[in-house]
Design a protein around this ligand. Structure first.
Ligand SMILES: Nc1nc2c(c(=O)[nH]1)N[C@H]1C(S)=C(S)[C@@H](COP(=O)(O)O)O[C@H]1N2
Ligand SMILES: [Mo]
Length: 316
């Protein structure tokens, strides 16, 4: 992170500075261990023999619960899907540089007793958790990412969804002057995603505000993005400005763009192929070869009960 003039320091930056100071004693050890994960595996063009500098912040562990090493910081923040900025994963980072995320607010409305507009500072004040999650992109690659943020249910319980609410609809910022990809006519902007309310209330469902112990970089969806680890990555919508509770199943950008290819649920399922490729295995970025894809991306024990009685080969 570049140094900040004190005149430019925002409440958000102060928050993160404080957190970093509190966590400082862990810093040295974490850096050494992270280095061993091999930043040189990053699929960026400048990933050569010299390891890239580790510019990550503090994380409490170097592995997920299955023993998989974290994907290096430079890869997590340098290889991104974010069509509002670029369709080239290795260009998103540069294209998103300078994207202004303060001030930022999120409207939470629809079928709720207490609709409210949250400032980013309100949401950063919610209790923060670290979550190490696998991210499985529908394109057949994956990473292991240490997020920080708050469970979505913490936010939803503040607005009190009504009994009629069945779904949650999420919307990304819609501003082509700030997101140049939105000038491309191929997609129906803004990016929209949706969850069933019980999925949204599940404790694994995270609103991420940070990654690798640092504020979320623009390319990862700053200032806050959804993370639903048992679903394909496209469900994890970035730069959220609106969350609407509704009784009708939302139509996502991808459902509208290619209804035969992308369904509402999009649970990771190695037995349901994409019409154009197999989903049986995946390339973990940084590894040679491919590894089998796990049902629900390895979160089956936690989430399978959400889908009791549903034919998951049919309800993609
Ligand atoms: N608004 C928005 N959100 C988005 C996308 C996007 O293009 N626009 N891409 C999705 C896809 S396909 C993936 S795999 C993840 C990638 O998240 P990451 O870049 O943080 O790894 O973001 C998802 N969220
Ligand atoms: Mo994706």
């Amino acid at each position: 992170m570049t140094s900040i003039l004190s005149s430019e320091i925002t409440p958000e930056q102060l928050f993160w500075q404080r957190r970093r100071l509190l966590a400082l004693p862990l810093l040295a050890g974490a850096g050494v261990l992270l280095n061993a994960c091999g930043a040189a595996d990053a699929p960026t063009s400048d990933a050569g023999a010299t390891p890239l500098p580790i510019s990550a912040g503090v994380v409490s562990t170097t592995k997920d619960e299955l023993g998989n090493p974290l994907t290096p910081f430079e890869t997590v923040t340098g290889y991104n899907n974010y069509y509002e900025f670029s369709t080239d994963k290795e260009r998103v980072k540069d294209a998103a540089t300078g994207f202004v995320t303060t001030p930022w607010s999120v409207v939470v409305d629809g079928m709720v007793a207490k609709p409210r507009t949250f400032g980013l500072e309100d949401m950063l004040a919610l209790e923060s958790a670290e979550r190490i999650y696998r991210l499985r992109c529908v394109e057949g690659w994956s990473m292991v990412i240490p997020w920080t943020g708050f469970p979505l249910h913490a936010l939803l319980s503040l607005v009190e969804p009504t009994a009629a609410a069945k779904y949650v609809r999420f919307e990304t910022l819609n501003d082509a002057t700030r997101m140049p990809g939105q000038s491309e006519p191929w997609y129906q902007w803004p990016y929209v995603e949706g969850l069933r309310l019980d999925e949204a209330m599940h404790d694994l469902t995270l609103m991420a505000t940070g990654v690798y112990g640092k504020p979320l970089p623009a390319q990862n969806g700053a200032p806050l993005r959804l993370v639903v680890p048992w679903k394909y990555g496209f469900k994890s919508i970035k730069a959220v400005v609106r969350i609407t509770l509704t009784d009708t199943q939302p139509t996502s950008l991808w459902m509208a763009a290619a209804p035969d290819e992308y369904g509402f649920f999009a649970n990771v399922n190695p037995r349901v192929d994409h019409p154009r490729w197999s989903q049986a295995d995946e390339r973990r970025i940084g590894e040679l070869g491919r590894r089998p894809t796990l049902p629900f991306n390895g979160y089956k024990d936690q989430v399978a009960s959400l889908y009791t009685g549903m034919d998951l080969r049919k309800f993609y």
